[in-house]
Design a protein around this ligand. Structure first.
Ligand SMILES: Nc1nc2c(ncn2[C@@H]2O[C@H](COP(=O)(O)OP(=O)(O)OP(=O)(O)O)[C@@H](O)[C@H]2O)c(=O)[nH]1
Ligand SMILES: [Mg+2]
Length: 572
C-alpha cells in the first residue's frame, strides 16, 4: 500500500478528484458537504490496475484549516498536487508545495483540474505556470496530467500516471520500531477506543502492548483493521485503525503517538536544522509564538537560534526547540514551523538531536552519529540507536566510544594503576565502562578484583605473614605490622582465613579439619573443646576461633558442650 495525500489551493478540486477515483466522498462531515469545503482530513482508497493499493488522505486547501492539512501529510509516500486550470497557481498552492518540500517528500504528480471544456491555450498556460512554480522542487520532473473529474477527462491517464508514480515510490521502511501518529481517535460502542493513522517504522500485532505518548498510557492492541479488513498483523506504510484497550478515547488525541514502550526516547528538547522560507519578509529569531507541526500533532515550542541570533529568509540555520510535552522523536524526523501571532508558515526542517547534551551556546548539531558520540564521550549503543534510528555497532563492550575519550580514559586508568602501588587498583571503585576499558590496556592485568601493572609479580605471593602463620598453624602470630588492605586482600585471595579476629594460614584450616575428622571418627558422639584443643596442641583462645570457622563452614556442629560431625565433615 502507498499512502498518497492530495494538496493544493482551496476549491481546486482535490476532494472531487478523490471521489471520482475511489467512489468515496472524502468530505465526511455534514458541514463539509453543505459548504462544499473540506475542513478536516478525508480518507479513501482504491486498487490500481497494477494491483497496488493506494490510500488517499484528502486535505483541506483553505488556509484556515492548514493545521489539519499538516496533520495529514507527515507520513505519506507521495502526493497528487491539484491545480485548477482556470485559477492557476494560488497562495495555498505555493504554501502546500513548500510544506511538502520541507517535509522531505520526494514523489508526486500534478493534476490540472476542471479542464473539461477549457481552451487548449488556457490549459497550456496553466501547465507552463505550474512547471515554473515547481522548478527546483521534488515536483520539478513530475508528470502533469490534465483532468476533469466531472466529465471524466484524463481520468484514465491519471490512474496510469499514479501507477507509474507508485512503481518508483518506495514504501515505508521496516526498522522494527513502529510509530503511529494518531490522526483520529474515537469510541466504538462495545469495543472501546479506536485510533487511526499511517503506520511507519515497524509492524503492529494483535495483543501488542504499546504506549500512548505524550501521556504515557499503557495500551494493548485488541484488534486492527486496514482498508476495512480485519488483520492480526500490519506492516509499515499502511493506513490502520487500531482498537486499543487501556485508554479511553478521550485519553488519546490527534497528534499523540502510539509506540512500543522503551523503544523511543521521549524528547522534550530537540536540536534541529531549520530552513526558512524565502518568501518570509523577516528573519527568524527567538521572538515569536512558534508552533511546530510534528507527526500529526501541533505543538507550541520555544525556539532558540544556535549560533548567530537570526536566520534570514531563504537560509537554513540551527535551532533548539523546547516542547511542552515529551514526544517519541528520532534523528531525521521532519517538522514544519509556524508563527501563530502572524499566522504564517516560517519554515521547516529536520531533527538532528533528540537529546542534546551541550548547552545552546556550544551546540552545533549535524547529521552525523559520530558527532553525537563525540559530544557524549561514550554512549550505550542501544541508546544511541534509539536516539538516531541508525544501527551502529559498539566499539567496546556495549558502548559506542569517541576515540579521544577512549584514549583519555585509558591514560587516566593507566595513571591510576601506576599510582595504586603494588596491591593494584581496586576495580570495585570503577564504573562498568572503566572496567571494560581497563581490560584493554596493554601492560595492565586484572584479577581478583584488582588491576595492576603486568609483569610486576603478585607482591602478596610470598608474603612473610602467610609463611609465619603457616609455621604456627594453630597458634599464628598476631598480624601486627601488616596493613588492613593487605590482610583483606590475602583473605580475599584465600591465602589467609580470618576467624574470631585471628588470621590463620589457609593450610592450617585444612590441617585442623583433618585432625577433627579423625577425632570424630573415634568419638562419633562428639568431642569437647578441650579435647580438640589438646589434639591441635594449642590454647583455648585459638581453638575457639578455629572451631568457630569449622562450625560456620559446616565441618562441625555444636550439640550442647560437644562438637559433632557437620554436613561438610570430610570422610576419612
Ligand atoms: N467542472 C468541474 N468542477 C469541478 C472539478 N473538480 C472540482 N469541481 C468543483 O469545484 C468545487 C470544489 O471542489 P472540491 O473538490 O470540493 O475542491 P477541494 O480542492 O477539495 O476544496 P477544499 O478541500 O475545500 O480545499 C466543487 O463544486 C466541485 O464540484 C472538475 O474537475 N470539473
Ligand atoms: Mg476538499
Amino acid at each position: 500500500m502507498h499512502v498518497v495525500a492530495t494538496a493544493g489551493h482551496v476549491d481546486h478540486g482535490k476532494s472531487t478528484l478523490v471521489r471520482a477515483l475511489t467512489g468515496t466522498d472524502p468530505d465526511r462531515w455534514d458541514e463539509e458537504k453543505e459548504r462544499g469545503l473540506t475542513i478536516d482530513l478525508g480518507f479513501a482508497s482504491m486498487p490500481l490496475p497494477s494491483g497496488r493499493q493506494i490510500a488517499f488522505i484528502d486535505v483541506p486547501g483553505h488556509v484556515r484549516f492548514l493545521k489539519n492539512m499538516l496533520a495529514g501529510v507527515s507520513g505519506v509516500d507521495a502526493c497528487v498536487f491539484v491545480v485548477d486550470v482556470t485559477e492557476g497557481w494560488k497562495p495555498q498552492s505555493e504554501e502546500h508545495l513548500r510544506i511538502l518540500q520541507l517535509l522531505g517528500l520526494g514523489h508526486g504528480m500534478v493534476a490540472l483540474t476542471k479542464a473539461g471544456g477549457a481552451e487548449a491555450d488556457l490549459v497550456e498556460l496553466a501547465r507552463l505556470d505550474v512547471a515554473e512554480h515547481v522548478t527546483g522542487t521534488f515536483l520539478a520532473e513530475a508528470p502533469i496530467v490534465v483532468t476533469d473529474a466531472v466529465d471524466g477527462t484524463g481520468m484514465d491517464e491519471l490512474v496510469a500516471a499514479l501507477d507509474d508514480l507508485l512503481a518508483v515510490t518506495p514504501t515505508a521502511a521496516d526498522r522494527d520500531r513502529p510509530r503511529l501518529w494518531v490522526d483520529r481517535a474515537f469510541a466504538i460502542k462495545g469495543s472501546g477506543t479506536v485510533v487511526t493513522g499511517t503506520l511507519t517504522g515497524g509492524r503492529l500485532r494483535s495483543d501488542d502492548t504499546l504506549a500512548v505518548l505524550p501521556a504515557g498510557h499503557s495500551v494493548r492492541v485488541r484488534a486492527m483493521q486496514s482498508l476495512h479488513q480485519q488483520c492480526d498483523e500490519m506492516g509499515p506504510g499502511n493506513r490502520v485503525a487500531v482498537n486499543l484497550v487501556g485508554a479511553g478515547h478521550r485519553d488519546v488525541l490527534r497528534g499523540d503517538a502510539v509506540v512500543r514502550a522503551g523503544q523511543w526516547h521521549a524528547a522534550r528538547t530537540v536540536d534541529a536544522e531549520l530552513s526558512v522560507l524565502a518568501s518570509l519578509d523577516h528573519p527568524v529569531t527567538r521572538r515569536g509564538a512558534y508552533v511546530a507541526y510534528i507527526g500529526s500533532g501541533e505543538h507550541p515550542v520555544r525556539l532558540r537560534v544556535l549560533g548567530p541570533s537570526a536566520i534570514e529568509p531563504g537560509r537554513a540555520g540551527l535551532v533548539r526547540l523546547h516542547l511542552r510535552v515529551p514526544l517519541p522523536l528520532c534523528m531525521g524526523d521532519r517538522f514544519i514551523l509556524r508563527e501563530s501571532g502572524r499566522s504564517e508558515t516560517v519554515g521547516g526542517g529536520e531533527v538532528l538531536d533528540v537529546d542534546p547534551v551541550l548547552p545552546a551556546s556550544r551546540a552545533r548539531p549535524d547529521r552525523s552519529v559520530e558527532r553525537m558520540i563525540a559530544e557524549r564521550g561514550r554512549i550505550d549503543a542501544v541508546r544511541l540507536e534509539r536516539l538516531t534510528g541508525r544501527a551502529r555497532p559498539p566499539d567496546l563492550g556495549r558502548w559506542a566510544v569517541d576515540p579521544e575519550h577512549l584514549e583519555r580514559t585509558r591514560q587516566q586508568l593507566a595513571d591510576a594503576v601506576a599510582g595504586a602501588g603494588p596491591l593494584g587498583l581496586d576495580l570495585a571503585g570503577l564504573d562498568d565502562f572503566e572496567r571494560a576499558v581497563i581490560g584493554t590496556i596493554d601492560g595492565i592485568t586484572t584479577g581478583e578484583g584488582r588491576a595492576r601493572t603486568a609483569g610486576v609479580s603478585d607482591p602478596l605471593a610470598d608474603h612473610p605473614f602467610v609463611a609465619a602463620a603457616g609455621a604456627e598453624p594453630f597458634a599464628p602470630p598476631a598480624a601486627t605490622g601488616v596493613s588492613g588492605d593487605e590482610l583483606r586482600l590475602l583473605v580475599r585471595q584465600g591465602r589467609l582465613v580470618e576467624s574470631g579476629g585471628i588470621h590463620f594460614a589457609a593450610s592450617a584450616v585444612d590441617e585442623a579439619t583433618m585432625v577433627v575428622a579423625r577425632l570424630l571418627a573415634d568419638q562419633p558422639e562428639g568431642v569437647t573443646v578441650a579435647a580438640v584443643r589438646d589434639a591441635w596442641g594449642t590454647t583455648r583462645k585459638y581453638a575457639l576461633a578455629l572451631l568457630g570457622r569449622l562450625d560456620s563452614t559446616g565441618v562441625t556442629r555444636r550439640r550442647g558442650d560437644l562438637r559433632i560431625a557437620g554436613p561438610r565433615l570430610p570422610d576419612l
